[in-house]
Write a new protein. Structure first.
Length: 262
């Protein structure tokens, strides 16, 4: 894998992260044009999203640093590394907090675009995982000089050799999710993409963790990894959001009927 600079000191990892973020916001503006969403509201969501992404990166570092501390408390707490789920938690939480603080001044409602949000998340995350592949981080099990089925040669944290390319598998899965969510949002007007994303990605991430080879610490009595713990919560939250969003959408329909009849 290419772990060196491409040109002008640009790293493949950073370049792919940038591409993912550009695609994320590109999807936001492009997909909303195909739906009856106020362009002003799209701009407002964009600015909130930029702030949430910045906080998400900080959260990703904080979560990973905390896991590192739990694994080696004798070394003390120090900032280093990032974890996607930590970034997702911090980013989504900050987005919702900002949104609810200023929602009365916004020109639209979050419910009108919530099913489109997973399209943005998955395309950005997919390119991010390709960046991990190029950087040699977040890799699968290390098999040394002996190649096993599906292994690829890379320079990971355990040294040069053959690894299970969990980053590539996850990137492919995320691109498939992006295509699925895009189809459901654009063609079927499906309203539960967020719930579906949390359940599907939570299950996939829980499984793929068994094939990871990088040290990420453990939680819950050394039984599951931190990502597996959060994956379980993602699935539970996804199921809960299905019923919560369903309630609000039914309530909106009843209000619309009442206004029409009056």
């Amino acid at each position: 894998m290419c772990t060196g600079d491409l040109f002008l000191g640009i790293k493949p990892y950073g370049l792919l992260i940038a591409i993912g973020l550009l695609c994320c916001f590109g999807v936001l503006f492009t997909y909303n044009k195909k739906k009856p969403v106020d362009p002003k509201f799209t701009d407002e969501v964009f600015y909130i999203g930029v702030a949430a992404i910045f906080i998400g990166f900080l959260s990703a570092t904080l979560f990973q640093s905390f896991y590192n501390y739990l694994a080696n408390p004798e070394e003390g707490f120090s900032f280093g590394g990032m974890t996607f789920i930590g970034g997702l938690i911090g980013g989504v939480a900050s987005f919702l907090i900002i949104y609810f603080i200023i929602r009365k001044r916004l020109s639209g409602r979050l419910l009108s675009i919530i099913s489109m949000v997973p399209c943005c998340i998955t395309i950005a995350h997919a390119f991010g995982r390709l960046g991990c592949l190029m950087a040699g981080c977040c890799h699968g099990e290390f098999h040394g000089a002996n190649q096993q089925f599906g292994d690829i040669y890379m320079d990971g944290t355990l040294g040069e050799g053959y690894y299970v390319p969990t980053q590539l598998y996850e990137a492919i899965f995320l691109f498939i999710l992006f295509a699925l969510f895009s189809y459901l949002w654009l063609k079927k007007d499906f309203k539960h993409n967020m719930s579906l994303y949390l359940v599907l990605y939570g299950i996939f991430r829980f499984i793929i963790e068994f094939f990871r080879g990088d040290d990420r610490g453990t939680l819950v009595g050394n039984i599951v990894s931190p990502s597996q713990f959060w994956s379980i919560l993602m699935v539970i939250l996804g199921v809960a959001l299905y019923f919560i969003f369903n309630y609000f959408w039914k309530k909106d329909k009843q209000n619309d009927k009442t206004q029409t009849n009056s």
